[in-house]
Design a protein around this ligand. Structure first.
Ligand SMILES: Nc1ncnc2c1ncn2[C@@H]1O[C@H](COP(=O)(O)OP(=O)(O)O)[C@@H](O)[C@H]1O
Ligand SMILES: [Mg+2]
Length: 429
């Protein structure tokens, strides 16, 4: 019988604590940050390293669900009476110009499980408790079942102030804190989690806005792509005193953690799938610290296993996946991005591979992922790419990805490190 690969592997953000692997040090920092009365939590790192998944675990712990932390051996870090929250989760997008627009989005967000509006008390709205995890101890949150006959616009307990969205937000939040956080759920505070925070166009003023809205009863967590807090909040100096504990840099996973994803999957499959010795470590090696890749390769292995009618993923199956990867057949989503970037040009394809393969071991942290055009130019020309400067522009053009982002004259960065790793593993044919 075919095994559903999704039982053990997923390409989605990890919400279920039972699927979350590793990150023990980060979880330790999260516990400390959640349990300090004030303070901003900031999470940053490269695309695809696992930021959003960590955020969803922060949300769980905020609700009082600490099973994951306990399993990670962090029981002693959990206070006897942990601070408990109700939570709001919002993913920003690049149409949000500035802090004001962000606030306006928040006060209008109708998501039934994650939105701020769901918590604003009003007549006729049907709000029920629910848990975000399968754990029996799961900390309860609130969701809206029914917005009520009057629809979602009017609310009796919180005043909308025309033309002043920040004041409206304050009113909403204070009604939420009063009625839901304190009275109904007997929690300490409201946690507002903002993912993809880096895409907000004008980052100036976000720091002082967050500072002005942070109280012992309202905490913010912001998350996005970046190398440090300044990539998320331009005026980060204004939140300096809020961030003593909550600065969480998510780095690529260690080999052991990547292997851990395979072992966890094996547990989730409950004996229906086995990996032959050595396979987990080969997959971890290919993934280069990007858990997304481990999940994708794992999934493909299960598909191939099903096709062969066995229950063991051995070298033969693994080699078939590697072969599929080399020929561009294994991962359609990455392949599409790849093809869009090279746009049918052999020269551009060659240049792209040369850039992807540049070693970045010489430099550390910040510099990781950067490539220098001139280091590949000579080789490219020797290999017959005649007009490097003509094939280059498509690689940085937004409508074709972009695959690369210009950092400074002649220096580029792969926008998506997962795609870079894909290019490295893919053959040139
Ligand atoms: N701790 C983890 N354990 C297992 N898989 C993970 C973990 N973190 C991330 N992943 C996998 O990697 C993928 C990318 O993670 P995500 O949280 O979306 O990254 P980011 O927000 O940094 O782009 C997820 O879809 C998930 O499959
Ligand atoms: Mg994310």
């Amino acid at each position: 019988m075919a095994v559903d690969p999704e039982i053990g592997f997923t390409a989605d953000v990890i919400r279920d604590p039972g699927r979350f692997v590793g990150r023990t040090e980060l979880l330790r920092d999260c516990i400390a940050a959640l349990n300090s009365a004030t303070g901003l939590i900031s999470v940053y790192g490269k695309r695809g390293v696992g930021k959003s998944s960590l955020l969803r675990q922060i949300q769980q712990m905020a609700l009082g669900e600490y099973t994951l932390a306990k399993r990670a051996g962090l029981t002693s870090e959990i206070p006897a009476r942990p601070r408990k929250y109700l939570t709001v989760y919002y993913a920003c997008d690049s149409l949000i110009r500035d802090g004001k627009e962000l606030i306006s989005r928040l006060v209008n967000d109708q998501d039934a499980e994650d939105g701020l509006l769901r918590l604003v008390p009003n007549d006729g709205k049907d709000i029920v408790e629910f848990t975000r995890s399968k754990e029996v101890s799961g900390g309860a949150d609130l969701k809206v079942l029914n917005w009520g006959a009057k629809g979602i616009e009017s609310s009796k307990y919180a005043k909308t102030v025309p033309g002043d969205v920040v004041q409206t937000f304050r009113n909403f939040v204070s009604a939420v804190v009063d009625h839901q956080v304190h009275r109904r759920m007997r929690r300490d505070s409201l946690l507002i989690i903002l993912d993809e925070f880096d895409v907000i166009q004008d980052k100036q003023g976000l720091g002082s806005l967050i500072k002005s809205l942070t109280t012992p009863e309202v905490k913010f967590a912001v998350c996005g792509v970046g190398g440090d807090l300044a990539d998320l909040i331009a005026d980060h100096a204004s939140v300096e005193r809020l961030i003593e504990q909550g600065v969480l840099a998510v780095k690529p996973m260690s080999l052991a953690e990547s292997e851990g994803i395979i072992y966890r999957a094996t547990e989730l499959f409950r004996g229906a799938v086995r990996f032959a010795p050595g396979i987990a470590s080969k997959i971890a090696g290919m993934a280069q610290g990007y858990p997304y890749f481990v999940q994708l390769i794992g999934k493909q292995c299960v598909n191939e296993m099903n096709a062969r009618g066995t229950d063991v993923i051995d070298d033969e199956i693994f080699d078939a996946i590697v072969q599929g990867l080399k020929t561009g057949k294994a991962f359609p989503t990455l392949e599409t991005a790849y093809q869009r970037a090279i746009g049918g040009s052999d020269g551009r394809q060659l240049l792209l591979h040369l850039l992807a393969e540049q070693s970045s071991e010489a430099s550390f942290t910040d510099e990781i992922g950067r490539v220098v055009l001139k280091n590949s130019r000579t080789v490219a020309e020797e290999l017959g790419v005649q007009f490097v400067d003509q094939v280059m522009p498509r690689l940085v053009e937004a409508k074709y990805g972009p695959v690369l982002e210009r950092v400074e004259q002649g220096v580029y960065e792969f926008v998506n490190p997962v795609l870079r790793q894909y290019i490295r593993l893919r053959g040139m044919n």
